[in-house]
Design a protein around this ligand. Structure first.
Ligand code: C5P
Length: 273
């Protein structure tokens, strides 16, 4: 069975508090974007010892395969469903990593959904969200995978009406790895000036004034190259441009009939979807 985990962008992001467990309270709107990895699961062949054999292709994945969220997703389910068969899992990686696009989180969440379906575990959406929250703060969103207002660590989700299917997304990844933990440490929590969901009801060309990602302040200051990409997207005609999550990907939103020229002016990987 093959699934295609997609990425997300954050439309606005405010850090509103720090919790006793070290996590931060936030508010954001997650929006699914159709830049996708490919994830396949097949039964292990007879005689294979390991419960899970994980392989990958495409972008190189740093770190031990045992720490990959797909592997952890399998192990989480195996604990509660000891009868889960041994598998081979292959991930073809296209979504840049450590980029604020939630690619790793998507892979983990899609692995849960895939295993649930392939092996008929009977988990409902709430149960899948529970497992996803154990994998990481951004993972529950990918269980629903529709535009959502996220609060708490990002795992408390309320679907919102927001249809950007008439627009194109340009994603530019400058290859700078921003540590999520470091990025959170740079911020002083504050009350959001205006609810993000109110701002998103205005025409996109008006979002520029008010739709803010708190991470942009410290990160664009620390990495002027990221600020330059955002400016270049606006100069190219993007209706809105911003950094996703804790970066370093910057996205631009263009009307579907608008020409996009930035891919010819940047040396960084650029995806148009
Ligand atoms: O949940 P996840 O593993 O993606 O989080 C990575 C790190 O980011 C956490 O260890 C924490 O330092 C930080 N974080 C946070 N508040 C959140 C989400 C993540 O402080 N809401």
């Amino acid at each position: 069975m093959v699934v295609f985990p997609n990425c997300k962008i954050n439309l606005g992001l405010h850090i509103t508090g720090k919790r006793a467990d070290g996590y931060h309270e936030l508010e954001t709107v997650f929006y699914p974007v159709q830049l996708k990895d490919v994830l396949e699961v097949v039964h292990a062949t007879a005689g294979e010892q390991a419960h899970i054999t994980f392989t990958s292709s495409g972008l190189p994945i740093p770190g031990d395969t045992a720490n990959n969220l797909c592997t952890i997703a399998y192990q989480l389910l195996k604990k509660d469903f000891p009868g889960l068969p041994s598998i081979r899992m292959h991930l073809h990686k296209i979504i840049p990593m450590g980029a604020g696009l939630g690619g790793g989180s998507a892979d983990g969440a899609f692995a849960l959904k895939l295993l649930n379906e392939k092996f008929q575990l009977g988990l409902n959406t709430a149960q899948l969200i529970h497992y996803a929250a154990l994998l990481g703060s951004d993972c529950p969103f990918f269980i629903l995978n529709q535009p959502c207002y996220g609060t708490g660590r990002g795992e408390i989700l309320t679907p919102v009406q927001l249809d950007l299917s008439d627009y194109r997304f340009v994603l530019i990844h400058p290859g700078i790895h921003v540590s999520t933990k470091w990025a959170f440490e740079q911020l002083t929590p504050a009350k959001a000036p205006r609810p993000i969901t109110d701002i998103l009801q205005q025409p996109i060309a008006e979002w520029k004034q008010e739709l803010l990602n708190d991470f942009e302040f410290p990160i664009l200051k620390a990495y002027p190259e990221i600020a330059a990409i955002k400016q270049a997207l606006y100069s190219d005609g993007a209706l809105y441009a911003g950094m996703s999550g804790s970066g370093s990907t910057v996205f631009g939103i263009y009307a579907a009939d608008q020409p996009v020229g930035i891919q010819h002016k940047t040396s960084h990987p650029c995806h148009i979807v």
